[in-house]
Design a protein. Structure first.
Length: 387
């Protein structure tokens, strides 16, 4: 691999919500067109595409590209559970860094409203699936263990939802952008899988995200703004996970991926100004921040109520509203996170802007296969223009 630096020239997303009457391709077109327009490139200048999706129809990647005038270029479809879009970003970054392509578009899209009436049905060939252990139940087991092991007040889990829904209220594209709930309202919302309540779980959403990746030019201003650099992108598949493992499911996969990212970038967690992390459930954000190193084990639950991870705090987490508020259309989540960080690092995030944001961290973990410590995890570190 060469040492070519890689940048993000443009980003785009759809709005997020439930759109069963729209074609899944339409959601992708909305994000792709915005990203290409934002990049300043013409569609004819895009060399290849990586498309992440979990439940899309056969031929989805070519369907969405053909509708935006991008047909005929090498196109790769990626499925890595919730990390599908982020793996698409990672592969696009690697393709440009290696010199394989010059300009690549990464796309993520999902339309869950036409696939499931309730939670995603677990794979029945897995032991967990046969037991009915859907993702809310799996995260609920993590939450129960955490509360008991560290003697944590369950109300602290609710504070993650309060924070992220307050951030989401500032995001006009978010699925849940109304008046944010109080802690009491979160705790009193309908039980889903104890101790998790409805407002501690992400909504089932539709949406898309896209990013145009190219060789990094710090002086390039094709559309009036400079590129955001992908300092590093690290991708891990989960190793075997057995009853002898002492950490919660997914924890070591995230921790190892984060350690590689910081080592390659020559940065530490203290250098990060803004985070977009996988918070499909409140406990997910807490465990992720501990795995990354923002807090020690057992101390992550105090981050939101202390103000550390809120807008205006030292290290805001999920200013977009996160999966809990923006929504979680599986394949598009990583690229929605990417778009938020690019807007933050360019100073274009409006009311939810993190003052002085120069370095951003993106983390997405996909899970669901029995016997492995998460299907996939991607962590990328981004640096803003002029940093």
């Amino acid at each position: 691999m060469t040492d070519r630096r890689v940048g993000i020239a443009g980003v785009g997303t759809s709005h997020f919500g439930r759109f069963p009457d729209r074609r899944v391709e339409e959601l992708a077109w909305e994000a792709i067109i915005e990203a290409i327009d934002d990049s300043g490139f013409a569609p004819s200048e895009i060399d290849a595409a990586f498309v992440g999706s979990v439940f899309g129809p056969p031929g989805l990647a070519n369907r969405v590209l053909a509708g935006t005038g991008l047909g005929g270029i090498p196109t790769f479809k990626i499925e890595a559970a919730c990390a599908s879009g982020t793996v698409a970003l990672h592969e696009a970054q690697q393709a440009v860094a290696s010199g394989r392509y010059q300009r690549v578009i990464a796309v993520g899209v999902e339309q869950l409203s036409t696939q499931f009436a309730g939670p995603i049905v677990p794979e029945l060939s897995d032991p967990e699936g046969r037991a009915g252990l859907a993702m809310p139940a799996l995260y609920a087991l993590q939450a129960s263990r955490y509360l008991q092991e560290f003697d944590v007040d369950p109300a602290l889990l609710a504070e993650v939802a309060v924070k992220n829904k307050a951030h989401g209220a500032l995001n006009p594209r978010a699925h849940l952008s109304g008046t944010p709930p109080t802690r009491a309202e979160v705790l009193e919302s309908r039980p889903i899988a104890g101790p998790l309540t409805l407002l501690q779980c992400c909504p089932m959403s539709d949406g898309a995200g896209a990013a145009v990746i190219t060789t990094f030019d710090p002086d390039s201003r094709p559309n009036g703004h400079r590129q955001v650099e992908i300092v590093t992108s690290q991708f891990s598949s989960g190793p075997l996970w057995t009853s002898s493992d002492t950490e919660p499911w997914g924890f070591q996969t995230v921790a190892r991926t984060a350690a590689r990212a910081f080592a390659e970038a020559g940065l530490s967690v203290e250098d990060v100004d803004v985070f977009e992390v996988h918070d499909a459930f409140t406990i997910g954000e807490i465990l992720t921040l501990e795995a990354i190193g923002v807090a020690a084990p057992g101390e992550g639950a105090a981050l939101a109520p202390s103000g550390h991870t809120r807008l205006g705090g030292p290290q805001p987490v999920n200013p977009s509203g996160g999966l809990l508020s923006r929504g979680h259309p599986l394949g598009s989540t990583g690229l929605a996170q990417t778009a938020e960080l690019v807007w933050q690092l360019r100073g274009e995030a409006g009311e939810r802007q993190v003052d002085g944001a120069r370095v951003g961290l993106l983390e997405t973990m996909g899970g669901g296969a029995a016997g492995v410590d998460a299907n996939a995890c991607v962590i990328a570190l981004l640096r803003g223009p002029g940093s």
